[in-house]
Write a protein that binds this ligand. Structure first.
Ligand SMILES: NC(=O)c1ccc[n+]([C@@H]2O[C@H](COP(=O)([O-])OP(=O)(O)OC[C@H]3O[C@@H](n4cnc5c(N)ncnc54)[C@H](OP(=O)(O)O)[C@@H]3O)[C@@H](O)[C@H]2O)c1
Length: 303
């Protein structure tokens, strides 16, 4: 029988790419249910697919979380930036997901998107979202598998936008210039997630239930500049945002109540920070194939 898989929230970056790969998977024909706050946001490439359905649901209110008849659920904790305390939000959403799994006895597997460094209970800023979600959901299904990516390479797509300035400039908070941080493409993450979601119940037991995922290597600000120059074909100036400038930099794009948690998160990625300490590749690490320059090239091509 074809496995039935729920992805929630389906509009998240990792959710969207995993749905795409589930629907493209060869040899397996999963039925995929994507839960959206607004189902009209489901991409046409999905809604036209015979094995996909879009449903309305909201993890913060708990409405519409119908996991009935599903075998596996992929939950991606969404961050909030509306002034709500991130920890309270994480707990509320995770409790709703846990309740919905309890109401659907067919669900035997929960794949939970977490993050590198989210095991720590302090010094991780925004990642308290994942720390709390992990804690609440660690026993929510027969098999709970946590995947911990490094930074999404596509997150640095903003550098392509900055490079449109005249003269082209890229700001980067990763200092010093050659400090490398772990990054991974959404395609590599989705590939690993698809493998977990489609594995049969015996194979899943053999898999690590808590694993990191990183790209083929880590990247520095200098690497980011080089990648942007390769993709755009233009020379760009690199402007480093030093530690004492982080709050002002983050404040440009982030609502005030969330500035502190983002700054703490970025500091955790800098030398000596909690997440920097996670960069060692351990036994349970999946190493992806896609280079930063190729992830940026993909974004540039679709922009
Ligand atoms: N970004 C990274 O580099 C990175 C790295 C490692 C781990 N992670 C983890 O990945 C997760 C996603 O982070 P992200 O920043 O990349 O966010 P994201 O995937 O862009 O997800 C945000 C989306 O979730 C949807 N959403 C928000 N609240 C919802 C609700 N109550 N019910 C249903 N859908 C809701 C919203 O879509 P609509 O507005 O369309 O409803 C929103 O656009 C986080 O847990 C994060 O820690 C991220």
């Amino acid at each position: 029988m074809s496995p039935q898989i729920v992805v929630v929230p389906a509009s998240t970056k990792a959710g969207r790419e995993t749905i795409r790969q589930l629907l493209e998977s060869e040899g397996s024909t999963p039925q995929v249910r994507g839960i959206y706050r607004d189902p009209s946001k489901a991409p046409v490439e999905f809604t036209q697919h015979p094995r996909f359905e879009a449903k309305q649901g909201d993890v913060s209110s708990g409405t519409g979380l119908d996991f009935g008849s599903a075998d596996a659920v992929f939950y991606i904790p969404p961050p909030t930036f509306d002034g709500t305390d991130q920890g309270e939000w994480a707990a509320r959403c995770a409790e709703h997901v846990k309740h919905a799994i309890r109401e659907a006895p067919s669900v035997k597997r929960l794949l939970l998107l977490s993050a590198m460094g989210a095991q720590h209970d302090h010094g991780i800023g925004l990642l308290c979202l994942n720390h709390i979600s992990d804690k609440i959901l660690r026993d929510a299904a027969q098999d709970v598998i946590m995947v911990r990516p490094g930074f999404f390479q596509e997150f640095f797509g903003t550098a392509l936008e900055m490079a449109k300035a005249d003269p082209p400039v890229v700001y980067s908070w990763s200092t010093p210039i050659d400090h490398k941080i772990p990054m991974v493409s959404l395609k590599d993450i989705a590939k690993a997630c698809t493998k977990v979601l489609l594995a049969d119940s015996e194979s899943v037991k053999q898999m690590p239930h808590d694993f990191k995922i990183v790209g083929p290597r880590s990247y520095s600000s200098r690497d980011l500049k080089d990648a942007v120059e390769q993709v755009t074909g233009k020379a760009v100036e690199l402007q480093l945002v030093e530690r004492d400038q982080l709050a002002g930099y983050v404040r440009q794009e982030t609502p005030e109540p969330h500035v502190g948690e983002i700054v703490e998160f970025l500091e955790a990625c800098l030398p000596g920070g909690v997440i920097d300490g996670e960069a060692e590749l351990g036994e349970n690490t999946v190493v992806g194939e896609i280079e930063l320059v190729d992830a940026l090239r993909g974004l540039h091509a679709t922009a």
